[in-house]
Structure formats: structure tokens, C-alpha cells
Ligand binder design. Structure first.
Ligand SMILES: [Zn+2]
Length: 157
């Protein structure tokens, strides 16, 4: 990850050892936090690991994680949308995915949902995850207390 300009943000997928991600001129493309951008690019790499057979290249669709990204300004709508378009979902669903790929696809869906929800409200994804982790822990704590009360555990009768 660098703030230095590189000639192209696209990296050869054949190497799969090193990915260069440049945030050069980020502030001119979006006002979203760099953390959201980093998660977006990680999601992009994950999406290509699941299915690297297609990119929106000649017909750009910046809302879809499978957009090639020729238009760098599309990163803003891409992060805020954080979605996989219907055509790409159909292509992936037709694919005979391994268990590992199915797990990665589930993870990708969770990441994109969180990224889109955070970005729509101009929230740093790290803050979003902190808030929702606390809420999820509260929910589990409330559920446990409700179950204890229903079973009469921990209550004096
Ligand atoms: Zn698509």
C-alpha cells in the first residue's frame, strides 16, 4: 500500500505474490476514509480469487466489484455501492465452486455489506466494525440473559 503514484493500479494476477495498491490522489477521487478504500481493494482481490474469469472492461459498471476500474473516479461509487451486479452473481452461481470458494464468497458478501453500509454514512469501516461488534456482543449478552430467565437460571423464585 502506498500513497505514491504507480503507472497503473491494475496488477498482474498471475503473480499472486504481490499486489500494489496506490492511494495516490485519493482525496481527489473520494472523501471516504483510506480504510474503506483498503477494504474495497482487498474485497476486489478476494472477488478475483473466487472468479477471475470476467471483469467489466468494455462496459464499465463501477458499482460492481468486478468492474475493471479504468475510470479511477468510479472508486467512490464502487465503495458506496459495494455490490456484485446481477450478471456477476449469476456467473458465480453457475460456477462449480469448491467449499473454499463458497466460504470466500460468503466472506465477500459480509465484507461488501459492511463496507457499503459504513460508506453510505461516511463512516470509517474500522469504526463501523467496532460499533457493530459491541452491538453484536450486547445482542448475545441479551439473548443469554433472556434464555436464563426463561429457564429460571440465576433467578430466585
Ligand atoms: Zn458485475
Amino acid at each position: 500500500m502506498t500513497m505514491i503514484a504507480i503507472t497503473s493500479t491494475y496488477c498482474k494476477r498471475g503473480m499472486q505474490i504481490l499486489s500494489l495498491i496506490s492511494f495516490f490522489a485519493w482525496e481527489h477521487l473520494t472523501n471516504l476514509p483510506l480504510n474503506n478504500g483498503l477494504v474495497f481493494f482487498i474485497a476486489d482481490l478476494l472477488a478475483l480469487d473466487i472468479d477471475g474469469s470476467y471483469r467489466h472492461d468494455k462496459d464499465p459498471l463501477p458499482e460492481c466489484i468486478y468492474d475493471f476500474g479504468w475510470n479511477k473516479a468510479g472508486v467512490d461509487i464502487g465503495i458506496r455501492s459495494a455490490l456484485i451486479c446481477p450478471g456477476c452473481i449469476q456467473r458465480i452461481n453457475r460456477k462449480n465452486m469448491s467449499l473454499n470458494e463458497k466460504g470466500l464468497f460468503n466472506d465477500l458478501q459480509v465484507i461488501l455489506n459492511d463496507l457499503g453500509n459504513a460508506s453510505k454514512w461516511e463512516t470509517d469501516i474500522i469504526d463501523y466494525w467496532k460499533i457493530h461488534k459491541v452491538n453484536a456482543e450486547r445482542h448475545v449478552h441479551t439473548q443469554r440473559n433472556t434464555q436464563k430467565k426463561q429457564k429460571g437460571v440465576g433467578t430466585s423464585m
